[in-house]
Design a protein around this ligand. Structure first.
Ligand code: 5GP
Ligand code: ZN
Length: 109
């Protein structure tokens, strides 16, 4: 999607602090971190929001990548939170599906 911010990050048109990448997903640091560690994981295929995801294989690789980034790359042994905001009412501001990984401190509810 040519007018999508996160598609532009995937294409390298907008810089990002990348922490992990494979054929299907990209993970990069959130520009306005809300915890000491705050990373976004996105599928390289454009899905506007969680509810548009209709491919179980892509979803499976996406969630496996979230696990790999949190546990393997970021090494958040003491724990972390995964957040997916869905549509405007759920707090979604960028309409390319993404999971937030938050950690690095004891997170309040
Ligand atoms: P949402 O509210 O859609 O779930 O989360 C969007 C996230 O994207 C926000 O936490 C915001 O800080 C982050 N964000 C917005 N624009 C950029 C950007 O250009 N680069 C990076 N790295 N993060 C961004
Ligand atoms: Zn996109």
């Amino acid at each position: 999607m040519s007018d999508c911010l996160f598609c532009k990050i995937i294409q390298g048109e907008i810089p990002a602090d990348r922490v992990y990448e494979d054929d299907d997903v990209l993970a990069f640091k959130d520009i306005h971190p809300k915890a000491p560690t705050h990373v976004l994981v996105i599928p390289k295929a454009h899905y506007s929001t969680f509810s548009d995801m209709d491919d179980a294989a892509v979803m499976g690789r996406f969630m496996c990548a979230v696990q790999h980034v949190a546990d393997g790359v970021l090494q958040l042994q003491s724990g972390f939170r995964i957040v997916i905001n869905v549509r405007a009412g759920g707090g979604q501001e960028v309409f390319h599906l993404h999971a937030h990984i938050l950690g690095g401190k004891k997170l309040p509810f």
